[in-house]
Design a protein around this ligand. Structure first.
Ligand code: SF4
Ligand code: SF4
Length: 61
């Protein structure tokens, strides 16, 4: 299990924020950010992102 994060490719469209069932995605500066503490790793944000900016860091503990 890795860490879910948003890369610089994010265009701040807000789509991920609206689909997150636990509301852990919020608008940051300049890109959106995921509060990984609350993320249930459902994958919904990953599927909806139009620019594939949401990644899983499988190297993280
Ligand atoms: S994987 Fe699911 S719970 Fe985690 S940030 Fe994305 S939409 Fe939210
Ligand atoms: S769906 Fe993708 S491009 Fe849109 S705000 Fe989320 S991470 Fe950024």
């Amino acid at each position: 299990m890795g860490t879910h994060f948003i890369t610089d490719d994010c265009i701040a469209c807000g789509a991920c924020e609206s689909v997150c069932p636990v509301n852990v995605i919020s608008a940051g500066d300049p890109i959106y950010v995921i509060d990984t503490e609350g993320c249930i790793e459902c994958g919904a944000c990953d599927e909806i992102c139009p620019v594939d900016a949401i990644k899983w860091d499988t190297t993280a503990a």
